[in-house]
Design a protein around this ligand. Sequence first.
Ligand code: IYR
Length: 206
Amino acid sequence: MTVPAAEAEERARSFHDVMSRRRTVRDFDSRPIPDGVLEWAVRTAATAPSGAHVQPWRFVVLTDPERKRRLRAAAEAEEREFYSRRASEEWLAALAPLGTDAHKPFLETAPAVIVVFEVHKGPHTPRPYYTKESVGIAVGLLLATLHQAGLATLTHTPSPMRFLNEICERPPEERGAYVVPVGYPAPGARVPDLVRKPLDQVMTRL
Ligand code: IYR
């Protein structure tokens, strides 16, 4: 891609201006996702660099209400354990400003939920390298594309995630890594009052 040097900063700034308006949303309405958007978002995610170009990702798009209901039930069971037993006091205190709890209605109300799997070595899959890094970059591109198309996302990470294999019909060499509800925000959806760190706190020049 050639961009004249004189336009480089402006191009970078305008992408920043779009991305700086991305917020994680937890309340979705049932407005459908326009045709083709999810496919383009997954195609874009799959342009991510990956260790040895093994492309160790699989994106499972759930739109069937019954499948989403099962996903919600299984995720909420794990989250009840997390909030009542597994999480330390320190962790719960860090989450308090987000107002999260074991209820995950967005897994049903969002018109689509993309479950992202990391593909590990299996009978028909090569050994991947830097799997977490590769899939993390792919998910970043997925979120950026969906935001650019005007859709909201939530990066949800129930833990542990083994239950995702059965619901998504994926083999054991694939491991659920991210659950990403996608849709339009519900009217009046609220987001926490967050501040992003200024450049001098995130960038060092030497
Ligand atoms: N997975 C839990 C808890 C949770 C953990 C972190 I770190 C967050 O940033 C948000 C939530 C949940 O989804 O509620």
